[in-house]
Design a protein around this ligand. Structure first.
Ligand code: ZN
Length: 445
């Protein structure tokens, strides 16, 4: 047995030696990216990409054609965490993506013993590369947190924010760019991290106007107290695209390249809310940020763009109740998230409900449905689920859970090194391969 093992090992060694390295190695070397843009659609199962394709076709009155997501699709990834559940949360999955190591649900880049696991942003900093995070949630929410902090629980959001400042690599602060929400975790009674970052030379913005004026890294922008407003409820077409453009502008001059993580955070929040109009507008926000990243790769071919999700949220189904139809066209009439509609309808007089419902959703309202609304107005939660059901029924949208599912998620890749992200993989493979590419690129410089 041992002899056979040794023989096979020797054989492998010999065959490795006898390979002619020239063409393969040369090709491999030329595809090591100097810059990496890693985009994560939180909760973005492949069903969300399908839904967005039909939604976009209806909105633009065009025939169905591949979206930016479809054009970049290269593979699929499993997402199971390192416990018995199979269904991951964002913390465990983000840890897998940011470190290449699986852990338990709720963990922010720590292992089962709660010991820290090195992240790709810390690795980038150690190797002399710049790095940044952009998110439409709080920048210290689970997904971005796993790239910069270590904690046994994603809920310890103040301690996670502290790590963004306190963790040093070779004496240096780790993040060069941080854009998103979460101001209340950075300016607190016990600590003012904004002032601490500014004292270390960070430019700071707390409005979109100020964001546009940032002109060098390092920089911090905290654009909301918690998460940014839902795209559907506000004026900007794509806040994530604005932040991504600015992050690329500030990181781009770095002589040794950069690693940027961009999260479309709230696709997941819409999934938890079982809110299809919310989900499609967040998918659009993320798609426009991807367009910006892809244009950057076209202009800078030594850049890898890799896109995936941490898990699927909601068990979204396009078609429901045995009816062979999905009415993507009706989603466009819905002007607000169901949460915002609930806020608006809680006190509306019965005689005004039908008119306002048409105004806010472009959907008809039967007498029976009107009664459902008035019967639920005593309680915000009941009203929420009635309004939610009216929109899901009209559009034939199904959901199986208000949590996550174990469904595989899409992998999209473009640019230098994209060929390493094809076929089926696991989420730790994505993290590991990116970290190998960061190492390989730094060792060539
Ligand atoms: Zn979630």
């Amino acid at each position: 047995m041992l002899a056979r093992f040794l023989f096979l090992t020797l054989l492998t060694f010999l065959s490795a030696c006898s390979q002619t390295p020239a063409p393969a190695e040369h090709k491999h070397e030329s595809t090591e990216p100097r810059n990496i843009i890693f985009m994560i659609g939180d909760g973005m199962g492949s069903n969300y990409l399908t839904a967005y394709r039909y939604y976009l076709a209806e909105g633009q009155h065009q025939q169905i054609k591949p979206t930016i997501y479809d054009q970049l699709w290269t593979g699929m990834s499993s997402t199971w965490p390192d416990d018995q559940t199979l269904v991951t949360d964002s913390a465990a999955s983000a840890t897998a993506l940011a470190t290449g190591v699986k852990t338990f649900n709720a963990a922010i880049s720590v292992d089962q013993q709660h010991l820290p696991i090195g992240t790709m942003m810390q690795q980038a900093k150690r190797l002399g590369k710049a790095n940044g995070i952009v998110a439409s949630s709080q920048i210290n929410h689970a997904t971005p947190a796993a790239f910069l902090a270590h904690n046994k629980s994603r809920r310890n959001m103040d301690a996670i924010a502290d790590h963004y400042f306190d963790i040093r690599i070779d004496g240096q602060l780790v993040p060069d760019v941080m854009f998103g929400g979460g101001l209340r975790h950075f300016i607190r009674d016990d600590r003012n991290l904004v002032a601490e970052f500014q004292a270390e030379g960070y430019q700071y913005a707390d409005s979109w106007q100020q964001l546009s004026q940032l002109n060098r890294a390092p920089a911090l922008a905290l654009l909301a107290d918690s998460g940014l407003p839902s795209v559907l409820n506000q004026e900007l077409e794509s806040p994530l695209q604005l932040m991504t453009e600015k992050a690329l502008e500030l990181l781009s001059p770095h002589p040794q390249g950069f690693v940027l993580m961009v999260e479309g955070s709230q696709i997941d929040w819409c999934g938890h809310a079982n809110d299809i109009a919310c989900a499609m507008t967040e998918m659009h926000d993320f798609a426009l940020a991807i367009e910006t990243a892809k244009a950057y790769v076209d202009a800078n071919p030594d850049t890898l763009l890799i896109i995936t999700a941490d898990h699927e949220t909601g068990g979204l189904s396009l078609g429901a109740d045995g009816i062979y139809e999905w009415r993507a066209d009706l989603i466009y009439g819905v002007q607000f998230t169901v949460r915002e509609l609930t806020r608006r309808f809680i006190d509306v007089e019965a005689q005004d409900i039908a008119k306002q419902w048409r105004q806010y959703t472009s959907l008809p309202l039967t007498d029976e449905q009107l009664t459902m609304i008035t019967d639920a107005q005593h309680d915000r939660d009941s009203l929420y689920w009635v309004l939610n059901q009216l929109i899901n029924d009209a559009t034939r949208t199904g959901w199986t859970t208000t949590g996550h599912t174990a469904a595989d998620v899409p992998v999209l890749a473009y640019g230098a090194g994209a060929e390493q992200f094809t076929g089926f993989m696991d989420n730790i493979d994505i993290g590991k391969r990116i970290m190998q590419l960061i190492d390989a690129s730094a060792s060539r410089q």
